[in-house]
Every structure is written in structure tokens, then in C-alpha cells.
Design a protein around this ligand. Structure first.
Ligand SMILES: [Mn+2]
Length: 386
């Protein structure tokens, strides 16, 4: 027996005979629908937005909103959901690449209607899910380029982006994407147990570094950065030095206990909006106590209660936002999907406040008026439905 008699040898020859016609057509279609990748991506068959379901599934959408397969159709909608399934930035426990998928799955529980708030989000907002950005798992800088280009495209089309992380390193490309579209300064309101202001973790830009690099962007000064919920034993000293040097505002859990939620949030609004034209909201799920949000890479006890987080989000969101990211949901450590559920809740609550505040979509009272007008018109024409 020699090499030629091996099944492996025959199958190597066979592979060359297999057609590639449909694969090539699919690649071409994915590039057209999903747009070309960032310049740093050498493999030009990879689209900016993953259209194939390859590797990270997006078999469902957030809240069963329509999946916008063709990115060229973006524009005119109110909200675009963008998955950033990245965990290359995690320094210890990875798993956030499954965050977007888990949040989309559990979001099937929701109807878009909230009795307590008197809002039907899906009546008030035209929401689409764009699926996931094609991130490059082994290269965080290329992933940043991809996420920044994808989210910038959403801003360019004047749609409000909701970015589902992903680890917190995506905070940097998310702000980088926004910066060119704001004619003035950007404020950042950042919920977290960790200040994420180091220049590097382990010699690279990782999930403890986003706000160092974001606040290097000329129109995103650290003086407009407010960090809420910081504390515990997983912080590091280099980030604190940077916060001090750059005059960032750090609100600890002790501050929240001492001054109360309302006063802390009013102050956060003042600082974030001071001489700023837009505010970006970055919500790290680990700002909530791990009793309620165990599915995260760097849990830290003594965080916010969910009801505290909801009240605070309602206050800091009222003046409007230019974008939202929910990061650090790591499903491998989750229990019964409660962390993913909380992540979805943050998205829906923030959107509800933006709607109620008249900052996004159609306010509930306007929806009611429009319905009444439609019914009145229908009455007049006699075309009344059942
Ligand atoms: Mn954190």
C-alpha cells in the first residue's frame, strides 16, 4: 500500500472537482447586502455585517423586530439593533461573544408593551435588527475597525444604534463611530463597577481600556465622562490615575448610597451635557449586583439592584441619547438567562424613556391621537373595520 491507495488522497483530488458556483454567488450577495468590510480586513469575502449566520448565529432578532438583510435599505427607521459578538477583549473569563445571541433569544419573552409605563414600543418605534458585525475573533484592532465602520454607517443613516456586546472593549469603537457625526462634544454616561480607563491591559487595548481611548478622541473629552457604580476589588490603579489626570467624574456605590439615586443622576446629566451636543450611554451589565446578573466575566458584589438601575437609567436618558451599548453579558456564566433578560430590559427601558421624552419615535400620546384620527377618518368614509 502506498499514498495513492489512501482514501485521503482520493478525497483531496475529489475536493477540486466539487463546484463552487453557489458559494461564490452567496459570497457576492453577502457583500452586497452586508457591505464591504473595513480596510484593515485582508479577506475581502468577509462582509462588514455578517449575513451568513456563519460562526455566530443570528437566527432570531431582538424583540422579533424585522431582520434588515439588505444594509442598503437602512435609513428612515428609528432604531437599529447591532450585535458585536466579541470577547477578544476579556482579560479573564470570556464568553461575551454569545451575548447578542442570548439577548435576542430571551427577548422573545417580550411583546413590546409595558403596562406600567403605558408604552407600546413597537407601535412607537420603527425598529430593525441588523444582525451581527463580522468581528475578527483573533484580532481586536481589526474588530474595532469593523465595529466602528458598522456603527458609523448607522449614524450616517441617522438611525439610533443599540449595540449588543460583546465585551466592554467595544465602547471605544462605538464612540469612535459616533464622533464624526456630532458637531461638538460628546458626553459619556458609563454604568460599571470598573472604571475601564487604563491605556492597556496586558499590552493591548482590551475591556479595561475603552474610555482611555474614547476620551482621546478630540470631541469626546474625559471632562464629559461620568462613571457610575464604580467600586469593589477588581479595579486597577492605572485607570484611577488616568481618571484623576483627565478630570473624569467617578461616582462610587458609596456616593449612590450617600447622595441618593436622583441627585447622582442629575449631576451625571449636568456633567455629561456640559457644553456637549450629544450623550452616549454605555451600560455594563456588571454594574448590577451579580446576584441579579451572574452571567458576566468580571462580577463584583455590592452593585446596583435592578430597580435602582431602572430608575437611574430613566433619569439619565430623559435628555436624549446618541446611542446605547449594553456590554459584558456572558451567557456561559448565566443562570436561567436572567442576565440576558436584564440586558434586554435595559435596552427596552432606555428606548421607552426616549419615546416618552419625545426624543425618539412617536410618543404614546401622539400614537393615541394618530389612532383616533385614523378612526375618525374611517368613520367618515364608512370604512369601519371590525
Ligand atoms: Mn465592568
Amino acid at each position: 500500500m502506498d499514498r495513492e491507495h489512501l482514501h485521503g488522497t482520493r478525497m483531496m483530488a475529489r475536493e477540486e472537482q466539487l463546484p463552487t458556483t453557489k458559494t461564490k454567488a452567496q459570497i457576492q450577495e453577502n457583500l452586497e447586502l452586508g457591505l464591504p468590510s473595513a480596510e484593515s480586513i485582508r479577506d475581502r469575502t468577509i462582509p462588514l455585517f455578517n449575513r451568513s449566520g456563519y460562526r455566530f448565529s443570528h437566527s432570531t432578532t431582538l424583540g422579533h423586530r424585522p431582520f434588515l438583510a439588505d444594509l442598503r435599505q437602512l435609513g428612515g427607521q428609528d432604531v437599529a439593533i447591532v450585535g458585536a459578538p466579541l470577547d477578544a477583549g476579556t482579560t479573564y473569563r470570556s464568553g461575551t461573544r454569545f451575548g447578542p445571541q442570548a439577548m435576542r433569544d430571551i427577548s422573545g419573552l417580550h411583546s413590546g408593551y409595558n403596562f406600567e409605563r403605558g408604552v407600546d414600543l413597537y407601535e412607537s418605534l420603527d425598529m430593525v435588527d441588523l444582525g451581527d458585525v463580522s468581528v475578527i475573533p483573533a484580532n481586536i484592532e481589526k474588530s474595532f475597525d469593523q465595529i466602528a465602520k458598522a456603527v458609523a454607517y448607522v449614524h450616517e443613516r441617522a438611525v439610533f444604534p443599540v449595540i449588543l456586546g460583546g465585551d466592554h472593549s467595544i465602547g471605544y469603537p462605538d464612540v469612535r463611530a459616533l464622533a464624526p457625526y456630532v458637531d461638538g462634544n460628546i458626553g459619556i454616561i458609563h454604568f460599571d463597577r470598573h472604571s475601564d480607563l487604563s491605556e492597556y491591559n496586558l499590552d493591548e487595548r482590551m475591556h479595561g481600556t475603552p474610555f482611555f481611548h474614547a476620551t482621546n478622541i478630540p470631541n469626546a473629552p474625559a471632562t464629559n465622562l461620568v462613571q457610575i457604580g464604580i467600586g469593589g476589588w477588581t479595579g486597577n490603579r492605572t485607570g484611577v490615575k488616568n481618571a484623576r489626570d483627565r478630570s473624569a467624574t467617578v461616582v462610587t456605590m458609596t456616593d449612590i448610597d450617600r447622595w441618593g439615586l436622583e441627585r447622582v443622576c442629575e449631576m451625571a446629566l449636568e456633567i455629561a451635557w456640559k457644553d456637549a451636543k450629544a450623550v452616549f450611554l454605555s451600560f455594563d451589565i456588571d454594574s448590577v449586583d451579580p446576584a441579579f446578573a451572574p452571567g458576566t466575566g468580571t462580577p463584583e458584589s455590592g452593585g446596583l439592584l435592578p430597580r435602582e438601575a431602572f430608575r437611574m437609567l430613566d433619569i439619565v436618558t430623559r435628555e436624549g441619547l446618541a446611542g446605547l451599548e449594553v456590554v459584558e453579558v456572558a451567557p456561559p456564566y448565566d443562570v436561567a438567562g436572567i442576565t440576558s433578560l436584564l440586558g434586554v430590559r435595559v435596552v427596552l427601558d432606555v428606548l421607552a424613556t426616549l419615546v416618552e421624552a419625545g426624543k425618539l419615535g412617536t410618543r404614546p400620546d401622539e400614537t393615541v391621537k394618530a389612532d383616533a384620527a385614523t378612526e375618525a377618518a374611517a368613520d367618515q368614509t364608512g370604512a369601519v373595520g371590525g
